[in-house]
Ligand binder design. Structure first.
Ligand code: C2E
Ligand code: MG
Ligand code: MG
Ligand code: MG
Length: 277
């Protein structure tokens, strides 16, 4: 099958590629309906802990989708589709509302929310976020917005102003998946950021080889020097936790402590965390 792409270019797709385009369209429609009818979508929360590994300090809101016929679809699959067609904007706002409600229930914790670059660049983003949080009567200082390096890539004034407006309103800004993008470290000094989350690909081999900790150690040192909080993502073993403690990391998140869980399972987990204080 040939598809005309303009300017004299044709591209030949495999049959499966055609299916995939159709599938993506279906998924986009289904996602819109899920949001409209409020069925199948749920926000789960993954704890973030201090370096003792015992005390929960925050929760990351992570979307879960039970598709009516396809079963569970991973956000790594449906978020890109939602970004392609703009559904990510109402979807991201819906997640933010759930996060605000969770912050009423857990006032001692911060709630982290992922922000897609598409959402970030949508018109009037900062004001929309502020309005939603005000409508939900939540405290912006308890909400952490996780952005990715791609937001900082086009080093433009607009992104900087958006971040500054959110920061001024009290929101915390975290740089997610740190180290996987084109992170020129100079971005960090030009944009108002409170936290970096070291991507789990750097945590995976920690404590195994002699130099396995070098990257993590230098990120921690950099974060320290810039007054940023450093969080490690994807912590799965005691060995990784020990290496992160050694490196001087501030916070951790990963299966070693808990997966993302539905809100009704949080009380039991948090009661344990309280008991360890
Ligand atoms: P992320 O923001 O980097 O979230 C962390 C991901 O790593 C989550 O995957 C989490 O379940 C997983 N994870 C946490 N600890 C461990 C661990 O110890 N080992 C392993 N192997 N994985 C761990 P999840 O929930 O599948 O989400 C994937 C990505 O989808 C997220 O990565 C985020 O980029 C995106 N996403 C999820 N929910 C939302 C949302 O509400 N809005 C937007 N824009 N993106 C979202
Ligand atoms: Mg995240
Ligand atoms: Mg991440
Ligand atoms: Mg990610």
């Amino acid at each position: 099958v040939a598809k005309y792409e303009g300017r004299g270019h044709f591209r030949y797709f495999e049959q499966s590629m055609d299916d995939s385009v159709q599938t993506r369209q279906e998924i986009a429609t289904d996602l819109r309906n899920a949001l409209l009818n409020n069925v199948g979508l749920e926000v789960h929360f993954q704890p973030q802990v201090d370096m003792s590994g015992q005390h929960v300090i925050g929760l990351e809101a992570l979307l879960r989708w039970q598709h009516p016929t396809r079963g569970t679809i991973s956000p790594d699959e449906f978020i890109p589709v939602a970004e392609e067609n703009g559904v990510i904007i109402p979807l991201g706002e819906w997640v933010l509302r759930q996060a605000c409600r969770a912050s009423h229930t857990w006032p001692a914790l911060f709630i982290a929310v992922n922000v897609s670059p598409v959402q970030f660049r949508s018109s009037d983003f900062a004001n929309r976020i502020k309005t939603i949080v005000a409508e939900e009567q939540a405290d912006p200082t308890h909400i952490e917005l996780e952005i990715t390096e791609s937001v900082l890539l086009n080093d433009d004034d607009e992104s900087r102003h958006t971040l500054m407006a959110l920061r001024d309103a009290g929101f915390k800004i975290a740089l997610d998946d740190f180290g996987t993008g084109y992170s020129s470290l100079s971005y960090l000094s030009r944009f108002p950021v409170d936290k970096i989350k070291i991507d789990r690909s750097f945590i995976r081999n920690l404590g195994e080889g002699e130099n396995s900790g070098a990257i993590v150690e230098s990120v921690v040192r950099l974060g320290r020097a810039m007054g940023l909080t450093v969080t490690a993502e994807g912590v799965e073993t005691e060995g990784q936790m020990a290496a992160l403690t050694e490196a001087g990391c501030d916070e951790m998140q990963g299966y070693l402590f808990s997966r993302a869980i539905p809100q009704d399972q949080l009380p039991a987990l948090l009661a344990k965390s309280e008991g360890n204080k």
